[in-house]
Design a protein around this ligand. Structure first.
Ligand code: 13P
Ligand code: ZN
Length: 289
């Protein structure tokens, strides 16, 4: 089967367009990766290859970090500097499939990027996340990075603190703790595109499904494209509600209280991390404990 016709590839391309439609991918902002299932590799193997003189020339390039637990696996990843809005119309020019070598330190492009290029500059973070996620749950396969406006705006006005961020966002929609019961990780501003931010992000991703990069964007993971996109959408929507509330007041008249979250947790039979259900000081302003 051709890669372009495979169901996983179509889901990947659709998600790129959906993210663009939400306004989360200005210019080349954001990137997406997917750890292919062995049967999906098998399904498209005749369409993977090496072609002399093209980017699929069989050379091995440094990942820039080590991901031994991903040795010999295949990934679909967006290209660096490519625009998400173009993926749907020309996936073969904007997306690649890479093969990670047996040491987990190098990759080779085996499909796509037909007009040249290389995988996303955030490849170290994507692969390090996919590695810790595979150890956590071998069916988590999708890692998504985008630049969602409201989440980014909040990183200028809330403390860069996972507990406060999670709690303030949870209070903005009843579904939030049900969708991300392990809360949000938050990193302070760091230089992007390298190993150091990948190490820091994957440390959080080892326990949580969502990491905010202050003054930059966010990372979400999931078992499939729907779940991952839905998680990003849920957090971003709640961030928008929070900013609207903050635009008119610095104190809420009423909100969802810790014991109400506990009732919800029991009703849905999902444990919510108690770290986020701290008692607030009466009269505390939004973003204060
Ligand atoms: P790439 O174009 O290299 O994927 O980078 C976009 C981005 O969002 C960097 O954080
Ligand atoms: Zn980015």
């Amino acid at each position: 089967m051709k890669v372009l016709d495979a169901e996983f590839a179509q889901g990947f391309f659709r998600m790129c367009g959906d993210g663009f439609d939400q306004g989360w991918h200005e210019r080349n902002g954001g990137n997406l990766s997917y750890r292919m299932k062995p049967e999906e590799v098998e399904e498209v193997k005749d369409d993977l290859g090496t072609y002399e003189g093209s980017v699929q020339d069989g050379t091995w390039q440094e990942i820039g970090t080590e991901v031994p637990a991903l040795a010999d696996e295949y990934f679909m990843v967006t290209g660096s500097g490519k625009y998400m809005r173009n993926v749907k119309i020309a996936p073969q020019d904007n997306v690649s499939i890479i093969h990670v070598d047996s040491t987990g330190t190098k990759f080779s492009i085996v499909w796509g990027l037909n007009k040249g290029g290389r995988p996303t500059s955030e490849l170290p973070t994507h692969l390090m996340n996919l590695e810790v996620l595979k150890k956590r749950d071998s069916e988590i396969r999708v890692v998504y990075h985008c630049h969602p406006t409201n989440i980014i705006a909040l990183t200028y006005v809330l403390p860069e603190d996972s507990e406060i961020f999670t709690r303030e966002i949870w209070e903005m929609a009843t579904e939030c703790p049900v969708v991300f019961p392990k809360g949000l990780g938050v990193l302070p501003w760091m230089v992007c595109g390298g190993k150091e931010i990948g190490v820091a992000t994957s440390k959080l991703m080892a326990k949580q499904d969502f990491v905010i990069w202050s003054q930059h964007g966010a990372f979400a993971c999931g078992h499939d494209f729907d779940e991952t996109f839905g998680l990003m959408h849920t957090v971003e929507k709640a961030a928008e509600v929070l900013l609207k509330v903050m635009a008119v007041t610095d104190r809420k008249r009423q909100t969802i209280e810790p014991d109400e979250f506990r009732d919800l947790s029991r009703a849905f039979n999902i444990p919510f991390d108690e770290r986020f259900l701290y008692e607030k000081t009466p009269g505390a302003r939004i973003g204060e404990r």
